[in-house]
Design a protein around this ligand. Structure first.
Ligand SMILES: Nc1ncnc2c1ncn2[C@@H]1O[C@H](COP(=O)(O)OP(=O)(O)OP(=O)(O)O)[C@@H](O)[C@H]1O
Ligand SMILES: [Mg+2]
Length: 323
């Protein structure tokens, strides 16, 4: 299966909390932009996590250019509501009035689904936006809520459509629903770590998303550690690390105090166990899902900034996942 992350016009990047959704969304957007696609990168959690990855303090509103071919925006429900009212009713002045009355807070509190539909409605608007005859963006990348909240987020249009019998809100809800259930227009890209818990969550969310009629693209396995040992060495380190290290040092003609040997053995054994476990988990994941997998290496740098994102973007490009 060809592992394309860009086979749909919208890539909804999700995964368990902390697995690297924001990092991978940024890398994917940058990689696609570097290949000449016009890309819009959106975040909807209002946590300002994308900006530092582009070396800027915060993302403004509306979207602005953060790299060649690449615009980014942090979508907030207030502005989305104002934009939405403007789109449907052509009223711009209401924006200021709303800000004063806190109407959006009121509206989104009484109908939580409304908040989500405003956010995802913005994604749909960007996906459909046209400049003259052509689409404004070839690809919209969404740094989406984590998998635990994703079904509710994506189901908001259905909930709202059920609630509202007629009018522009219902039309909007159906428009969004059409987008998220059309594999040519949107697919979820799940990010995971090569560890038991996130892998299990990935397998479960693939099933949930499919039941909802949402397409699932390739799975990105992030922070895959390099395997430092051959399988034979790995086995001997796991069965008796102390002996294996002692033998290796003797062969190299190096002597070390017992305490050093002990510590080296502990570190080597832990590393061997981690990579064996990682391999086992990835094999299990591959067997459980009939989705292509893309491995992204664990970076050793203490922080991830623009340079690291560029590197990860080149990894995604080299994997052939951007077409
Ligand atoms: N390949 C990688 N190598 C090393 N560190 C990474 C890698 N990918 C992500 N990280 C780091 O892991 C942490 C979590 O990443 P990120 O913020 O992208 O995850 P997230 O899934 O968006 O988290 P949240 O659920 O909080 O939104 C960050 O500190 C990030 O710099
Ligand atoms: Mg994030």
């Amino acid at each position: 299966m060809h592992p394309s992350l860009t086979s749909s016009r919208v890539a909804i990047v999700s995964g368990k909390g902390g697995v690297g959704k924001t990092t991978i969304a940024a890398a994917l957007a940058k990689a696609a932009a570097a290949q000449g696609k016009r890309v819009l990168l959106l975040e909807v959690e209002g946590r300002n996590s994308l900006a530092p990855l582009f070396g800027i303090p915060s993302l403004g509103y509306p979207e602005h250019v953060v790299a060649p071919n690449l615009s980014a925006e942090s979508v907030v429900p207030d502005e989305a509501l104002v934009e939405y009212l403007y789109m449907f009713y052509g009223i711009k002045r209401i924006g200021k009035a709303l800000a004063h009355t806190k109407a959006t807070e009121f509206a989104t509190n009484i109908a939580p689904g409304l908040r989500d539909i405003l956010l995802i409605g913005k994604v749909k608007e960007a996906e459909r936006r046209r400049v003259r005859e052509a689409y404004a963006f070839d690809l919209v990348v969404l740094d989406a809520p984590p998998t635990g909240r994703l079904p509710r987020f994506l189901d908001a249009p259905r909930a709202v459509a059920d609630l509202v019998r007629a009018g522009p809100i219902r039309t909007q809800a159906h428009g969004v629903l059409d987008m998220i259930t059309d594999p040519a227009r949107s697919a979820v890209v799940l990010v995971t770590l090569p560890e038991e818990m996130p892998v299990q969550e990935t397998v479960e969310s693939i099933a949930t998303l499919r039941r909802m009629g949402v397409a699932v693209g390739p799975v990105v396995v992030n922070r895959v550690a390099a395997e430092p040992f051959t399988k034979t060495v790995e086995r001997s380190l796991i069965s008796d690390a102390r002996k294996a290290i002692a033998r290796a040092m003797e062969k190299a003609g190096v002597a070390a105090p017992a305490a050093t040997l002990e510590r080296l053995a502990a570190v080597a054994a832990a590393s061997a166990r981690r990579t064996r476990n990682q391999r086992a988990v990835m094999t299990e994941l591959e067997a459980d899902i009939d989705r292509p997998m893309i491995s992204v290496p664990a970076l050793l740098s203490p922080t991830v900034g623009p340079a690291e994102v560029d590197f990860l973007a080149s990894v995604l490009s080299d994997s052939g996942a951007i077409s």
